[in-house]
Write a protein that binds this ligand. Structure first.
Ligand code: NAD
Ligand code: UGA
Length: 467
């Protein structure tokens, strides 16, 4: 019987292993983590990760062939296949700070495997890592001082938050990179056999180790680039009277382009896009490719521009000052369907408004007050009383001068905007950063409306241009 251990019980480790346990009842799966709190949460009724369908999958397997434990060494020692799914954030200090991936957690996991192993193992990189990380891992493992043999594979994860279980059950592809040697091919086969329990063979793609590692960074960079491309077009739409939605639809109907990931907005967020594009930039720079580095850097620069352009639009529309004015913020998560706020554009927009001394009243259906306060705390010179957290959209908008939509929650499409208008200061402004409101209807009600990528309101056209 095959035994699997996964180091890292986070957003990826937990759901991925739960689905493997569900689909492979004969495989024993242990998920381990250095954080006993995380492990306790996985063993409780309140899982540390919110994903539709995840509770049911965990309940079906926990105590059967799925366990969560803080005993890293024991479970690594027992396993035939060890997944490494630890966090790989952007370095904040030292060489490569602000761009390079911080491999501290990954290295400590590699050392833990080297120290605990008494039998041969397949080690699987699940985390998103720079190209050639597997080779560095092999060096750590090779110097463990024992005669244990390790085969390192790259098996990056492609699920998106909010649809993790669905994506894991029915993936576009499973990518496995390994060495083209007899041992390497055996290791790839062993991992393919695990996925083959539910993934059709033609969706299991095998490549070299480096190709698999780079494919993950490239996949995220391509997706982020599409968002930045449509956002660049949105800026031009606003000043020319074109509509970014219509342009995206027209461009996306060409099957070579495809219609997904073409929604203009206030910018991309989430734990990975910026981090992975910057990691790619760093790899290009380190390998003497400044032009390629500059190209990818521009994807992040465009995203920063889109967020700051939005803040400038809000402030300039409201007579160039928001000092002392109440601004309602609807949506704080980085996208709908999740409670995750990592790199959420709402954080930067709120910080920008708070920096201009606005009072923001935030409502998000899933994000906790504690999280909103933590994320807004670092705004320059902002005072605690400048931030309020509202129980619903109506409370957030009551008495406000302006209202910003920063996450595309469905409930924001069907709000009673007449009621909201009646409760707001006049002129009442709506700044839609996600294209969710019906611009025509809101203008009829009496709002001054700005919606990213849409022709400007006549009111806004007379104001100084926002670059
Ligand atoms: P996370 O922060 O949610 O989880 C990482 C876990 O690893 C934490 O619980 C941490 O305590 C644990 N850990 C760190 N070092 C450890 C060690 N030495 N031993 C044991 N446990 C250790 O991170 P995540 O969101 O699951 O991301 C993991 C990786 O997967 C990253 O590289 C990320 O880029 C990638 N990824 C994330 C997503 C996503 O949607 N979150 C999707 C695809 C890929
Ligand atoms: C992304 C990728 O989609 C996953 O394939 C990948 O596995 C994951 O990163 C990762 O490596 O962590 P995720 O960050 O969960 O997944 O969310 P996405 O759905 O990709 O959205 C990212 C951001 O782009 C969000 O802020 C979203 O609002 C924004 N976006 C997306 C747009 O602004 N416009 C679009 O058309 C699409």
């Amino acid at each position: 019987m095959v035994k699997i251990c996964c180091i890292g019980a986070g957003y990826v480790g937990g759901p991925t292993m739960a689905v493997i346990a569900l689909k492979c009842p004969a495989i024993e799966v242990a998920v381990v983590d250095v954080s006993p709190l995380r492990i306790d949460a996985w063993n409780s009724d309140r899982l540390p990760v919110f994903e539709p369908g995840l509770d049911a999958v965990v309940k079906a397997c926990r105590g059967r062939n799925l366990s969560f434990s803080a005993d890293v060494d024991r479970h690594v020692a027992d396993a035939d296949i060890v997944f490494v799914s630890v966090n790989t954030p952007t370095k904040t200090r030292g060489l490569g700070a602000g761009k390079a991936a911080d491999l501290t957690y990954w290295e400590s996991a590699a050392r833990a495997i080297a120290d605990a192993s008494r039998s041969d193992k397949v080690v699987v990189e699940k985390s998103t890592v720079p190209v050639k990380t597997a080779e560095a891992m092999e060096r750590i493992l090779a110097h463990s001082g024992s005669d244990v043999a390790f085969q390192v594979l790259s098996n990056p994860e492609f699920f998106a938050e909010g649809s993790a279980v669905q994506n894991l059950l029915c993936p576009d592809r499973v990518l496995i990179g390994g060495w083209d040697t007899a041992e390497g091919r055996n290791a790839v086969r062993a991992l393919m056999d695990v996925y083959a329990h539910w993934v059709p063979e033609d969706r299991i793609v095998t490549t070299s180790l480096s190709s698999a590692e780079l494919s993950k960074l490239a996949a995220n960079a391509f997706l982020a680039q599409r968002v930045s491309s449509v956002n660049a077009i949105s800026a031009l739409c606003e000043v020319t009277g074109a509509d970014a939605l219509e342009v995206a639809r027209s461009v996306g109907t060409d099957h070579r382009v495809g219609d997904s990931f073409l929604n203009a907005g206030v910018g991309f967020g989430g734990s990975s896009f910026q981090k992975d594009v910057l990691s790619l930039v760093y790899a290009c720079e380190c390998n003497g490719l400044p032009e390629a580095a500059g190209y990818w850097q521009q994807v992040v620069a465009m995203n920063e521009y889109q967020k700051s352009r939005f803040v400038r639009r809000v402030v300039s529309s409201m007579f160039n000052t928001v000092a002392g004015k109440k601004v309602a913020v609807l949506g704080f998560a980085f996208k709908k369907g999740v409670c995750d706020t990592r790199e959420s554009p709402a954080i930067d927009v709120c910080r920008g408004l708070l920096g201009d001394r606005a009072h923001v009243s935030v409502y998000d259906p899933l994000v906790s007050e504690k999280q909103i306060r933590r994320d807004t705390a670092a705004a320059p010179a902002a005072k605690v009383e400048q931030v309020r957290v509202a129980r619903d959209a109506y409370e957030a908008a009551e008495g406000a001068h302006g209202l910003c939509v920063l996450t595309e929650w469905d409930e924001f499409r069907t709000l009673d905007y007449r009621r909201i208008f009646d409760g707001m200061q006049k002129p009442a402004f709506v700044f839609d950063g996600r294209n969710v409101v019906d611009v025509g209807k809101l203008r009829e009600i009496g709002f001054v409306v700005y919606s990213v990528g849409k022709p400007l309101d006549a009111w806004l056209e007379v104001l100084p241009a926002v670059a």
